[in-house]
Design a protein around this ligand. Sequence first.
Ligand code: IPE
Ligand code: IPE
Ligand code: MG
Length: 254
Amino acid sequence: MSFFSGSSTPAAPASAGAEVPRHVAIVMDGNGRWARKRFMPRVFGHKAGMETVMNVIADCQRRGISFLTLYAFSSENWKRPEEEVSGLMNLVLVGVSKYLMRLAEQGVRIKVMGERSAVSPKVREAWNEAERVTANNTGLTLTVAFNYGGRWDVVQACRQAMADGLTADQLTEEALSARMALSHAPDPDLFIRTGGEIRISNFLLWQIAYAEFHFTDCLWPDFDVAEMDKALAAFARRDRRFGGVKTEASGPAV
Ligand code: IPE
Ligand code: IPE
Ligand code: MG
């Protein structure tokens, strides 16, 4: 099933009634392999992946998910060929100019997390504009992880704490959480990785302590409503205990 199959009226979400995660984080992997299957350059896959991003945003809004966090470019992705890196940087500029107004009208609030000083001024300005234009929106919060690494995030939070003059005793989990790049959102409930690899690849190391994991072989450009249905159905079946135990009377873990 594709996002656009069937009638123009969206069908009721398959997850309706079941518990919908408040925060979904996705490692959007498989663009390169998707392109290779079509004998096309890797950047072709990234372009297709950007269309999927737009569809997934709309789908999450329709399902009532409040926070969506997408891994778009990792701290380690600079190791890729220059042509691919510049193609990805260019896609940011194209994507912001093509889709920012639509997202703003949809009520999406955009946040970007990652080491910004390393990206070009043009790309930095595009991200700044996306944040500025959507800052007062109250719909879905979309966080784009760009030049982001989970280890970078822990280190930058510690550095901030030191710059704020915190003593060792004051460096609590709460104090560090408040300085992490995703401090504007609750911890992810559901972590999805497409593309068949079963690894984190330096995504949200601190914040996924109690996330539920869903891995799928589906390549990111092919990720659609049916795939999201599967991920949310898997999530709904999980018994989240957060280290506690379930009491017969109360149901939820205590
Ligand atoms: C993920 O797709 C997108 C980025 C890392 C930017 P890949 O480009 O890693 O695709 P595969 O894993 O090579 O298929
Ligand atoms: C993770 O995918 C990064 C993004 C999706 C942005 P990679 O393709 O870079 O991860 P590895 O290299 O397979 O671990
Ligand atoms: Mg990959």
